[in-house]
Design a protein around this ligand. Structure first.
Ligand SMILES: O=c1ccn([C@H]2C[C@H](O)[C@@H](COP(=O)(O)OP(=O)(O)OP(=O)(O)O)O2)c(=O)[nH]1
Ligand SMILES: [Mg+2]
Length: 150
């Protein structure tokens, strides 16, 4: 079953020429996000920058958006999201921004209207944390971090 939601999107003033997030194929998971930088931002190797997208959202409760890197930028230029996946909360009404870092060897220029990342919507279950004195036993127990071998 395909869950379907309406998400409101608002373009910020001065970004009329910047593309709205777009799916590049019919069944793409992510909406590509476009840079709303005023002029080129050059990321030196190792540098990071917060890139505006010119949009804000209102999602229904129970939804979040994740900001993920684009694999092409990562493979060809070493450009990725530093806090991947970025979390956009349903109650956030500010501008969506993308924290990019250049892990490549060459400077990389980000131009206005360039596709810099992608946004994937996810359902968030309603969870209530219940504090208890003891947890149930399992075969794994506290084993982790490679406990089952290489
Ligand atoms: O890549 C990102 C990550 C976050 N945000 C915005 C939306 C999100 O709802 C808010 C807070 O993000 P997060 O919870 O990851 O950051 P925090 O450091 O915990 O800040 P806060 O104390 O505001 O929650 O910042 C973005 O625009 N882009
Ligand atoms: Mg937070």
């Amino acid at each position: 079953m395909i869950l379907s939601y309406y998400v409101q999107i608002n373009k910020l003033a001065g970004t009329e020429d910047v593309q709205l997030p777009r799916k590049m194929s019919e069944q793409a998971s992510g909406y590509d996000l476009y840079a709303a930088v005023e002029s080129d931002v050059v990321l030196s190797p190792g540098a990071r920058a917060l890139i505006p997208t010119g949009i804000s959202l209102a999602m229904p409760d129970g939804l979040e958006a994740q900001i993920r890197p684009r694999s092409g930028l990562a493979l060809k230029h070493g450009i990725t999201c530093l806090n991947t996946p970025g979390t956009i909360d349903a109650d956030y009404r500010g501008e969506i921004k993308v924290l990019l870092i250049n892990l490549g060897e060459e400077p990389f220029a980000i131009a206005r209207n360039e596709r810099i990342a992608q946004m994937v919507f996810q359902a968030v279950p309603a969870v209530t944390l219940v504090e208890v004195e003891q947890l149930s036993d399992t075969e794994r127990g506290a084993g982790g971090f490679g406990h089952t071998g290489k």
